[in-house]
Design a protein around this ligand. Structure first.
Ligand code: KG4
Ligand code: ZN
Length: 365
């Protein structure tokens, strides 16, 4: 791809309960044009970014109902498409769509819609891994990764330094990755049972809080003490980078059964202590892996990265260990299509990774 050549990507995300379409103007290369300087990176201008959340529809069921999600995506996609095309000046070069992981019926609605659009506009279609979208969402903040012009002060040069540790914490996944660059990375570990977000959602349900539980637990935890209850820190001392949150969830369940209380102060303490346990495990494993692999940065992303206690704890610990802390803007942590456009552009530049245009609910990172 030629330098300074803009590519306009229209991206579609329907893997779970958010219908989203974005249009990004993408430019830049993977490597620095200035020899001897750290690798810079691509730049993204957001021309449109529409997200339609289905939370209210799924809330009465306490979680996402796949067929309801499908119905809503089918209804929302044409509405969002109209919105993103309004006032658009640039022609579209590529269509990108999430092909997995996610709920299969939901994924197919996005894929079918993208296929029709690609045919109509006569443009190539790029399949995107949803988790790569989360991992690269930080690139939407231009100061996180820019070309490092030789005349810039050190502090103004590209913010991320490699190797980096990526911690992806979402509703369906908890993954720790070692990144050598934007295109070369390896999974170090992941959850062996529930994902961190899933544990937040399930504990919230036990506390009779609405779906999605993460933000509700965070709110309630503010009024409680994180030291009130000593919940387990699963797999903290194991010498691997896997996680397990199912046992922690069960401990909370037993605690609630034993103590039976509806008092707000009691529930706040449970929320704060549970949150502290999850934050402790995620932080310690991320920092430990960064030390082992001599990483220079930690990238925190995925829906659970919206949690301020998690964000602040990892940031503090990273900075104490001379690591740069990188995270997307809050609105790009939860599901959106802009991050799908970013991942599509990175794969377009690297030419290494391509995905089949078919729904794969268990697609691996
Ligand atoms: O990344 P995401 O939007 O969707 C998936 O790909 O799964 O993540 C959604 C998850 C939900 O489990 C939600 O409860 C959790 O992220 N979440 C949070 C917070 N905001 C969202 N968890 C803890 N604290 C939050 N503030
Ligand atoms: Zn997600």
């Amino acid at each position: 791809m030629k330098k300074n050549n803009y590519k306009t990507i229209l991206s579609i995300e329907t893997s779970c309960d958010e219908t989203a379409i974005a249009i990004l103007k993408c430019s830049g290369e993977l490597n620095s044009p200035w020899p001897g300087r750290p690798a810079g990176g691509p730049n993204f201008e957001i021309l449109a970014n529409e997200v339609s959340s289905q939370i209210k529809i799924h809330r009465p069921f306490g979680g996402v109902v796949p067929n309801l999600a499908k119905r809503e995506h089918i209804k929302n996609l044409p509405i969002l498409l109209k919105k993103v095309f309004k006032n658009l000046q640039s022609p579209i070069d590529y269509i990108a769509v999430t092909v997995g992981p996610g709920l299969e019926p939901a994924l197919w609605t996005g894929i079918n819609f993208a296929q029709d659009l690609a045919k109509k506009l006569k443009k190539p279609l790029i399949g995107v891994n949803h988790m790569e979208g989360h991992l690269f969402a930080f690139l939407l903040k231009s100061e996180n990764l820019q070309f490092s012009k030789p005349n810039l002060q050190k502090s103004q040069r590209s913010k991320i330094s490699f190797p980096a540790i990526g911690l992806v914490v979402s509703g369906g996944h908890t993954i720790i990755i070692k990144m050598q660059s934007l295109t070369k990375w390896k999974k170090l570990g992941e959850t062996v049972d529930d994902a961190a977000g899933e544990a937040f959602d399930k504990v919230a349900k036990m506390l009779e809080l609405p779906y999605p539980g993460g933000p509700e637990i965070e709110k309630l935890a503010k009024q409680g003490s994180p030291k009130a209850i000593d919940f387990p820190r699963p797999m903290l001392n194991q010498k691997n980078y896997n996680f397990s949150f199912s046992g922690l969830k069960t401990s909370v369940l037993y605690y609630l059964k034993k103590h039976k209380s509806n008092k707000k102060a009691f529930k706040s303490d449970v929320a704060a202590s549970f949150q502290r346990s999850v934050v402790d495990v995620l932080t310690k494993k991320a920092i430990r892996s960064a030390m082992e692999f001599k990483a220079k940065s930690i990238v925190l992303c995925g829906g659970v990265a919206c949690n301020k206690t998690l964000r602040e704890t990892i940031k503090k610990n990273a900075e104490e260990n001379d690591l740069k802390f990188i995270a997307p803007e809050f609105k790009f942590n939860t599901d959106n299509a802009a991050m799908i456009g970013v991942a599509a552009y990175i794969n377009l530049l690297s030419k290494k990774r391509t995905y089949k245009i078919e729904a794969d609910s268990n697609l691996n990172l």
